[in-house]
Design a protein. Structure first.
Length: 129
């Protein structure tokens, strides 16, 4: 499956995941299963399973979506997004092109970045005990 044919993902994703990942949707704030996850591990693209964020990059931004101060180098692409009358930076998986969320320059850590990501666009793989 590829970004060239997003419809092919419809058979493997839930309707909500498809909407977020391939129709550039947004889940309701504070509704995501991974919002309050504090376990050690890695966050993966729900579509292609590429590792995107280490758990050490996650922080609570209080915005209603999982937030990270950095992505693994080369794993997340960004582009200008002027939809909905706003100027934002959309982020997507570099592996398959699925929509993840948005990047904001207001993070509280030394990176100054806040990757605001939909839980529906992520899977989590815990570190081995």
């Amino acid at each position: 499956m590829s970004a060239n044919n997003p419809e092919s993902w419809r058979q493997t994703l839930s309707p909500e995941q498809f909407h977020v990942c391939w129709e550039r949707g947004t889940e309701q704030p504070y509704s995501g299963a991974l919002l309050h996850n504090r376990k050690s591990g890695e966050y993966l693209c729900t579509c292609c399973k590429q590792v995107l964020f280490p758990s050490s990059a996650k922080f609570d931004a209080g915005c209603g979506w999982p937030s990270f101060d950095r992505a693994i180098d080369g794993r997340v692409h960004s582009r200008d997004d002027s939809s909905h009358g706003m100027k934002r930076i959309e982020i997507s998986c570099a592996g398959c092109g699925s929509h993840l969320g948005h990047l904001f320059p207001d993070g509280p850590t030394e990176t100054g970045q806040r990757y605001c990501v939909n839980s529906l666009s992520l899977d989590f793989q815990a570190d081995e005990p």
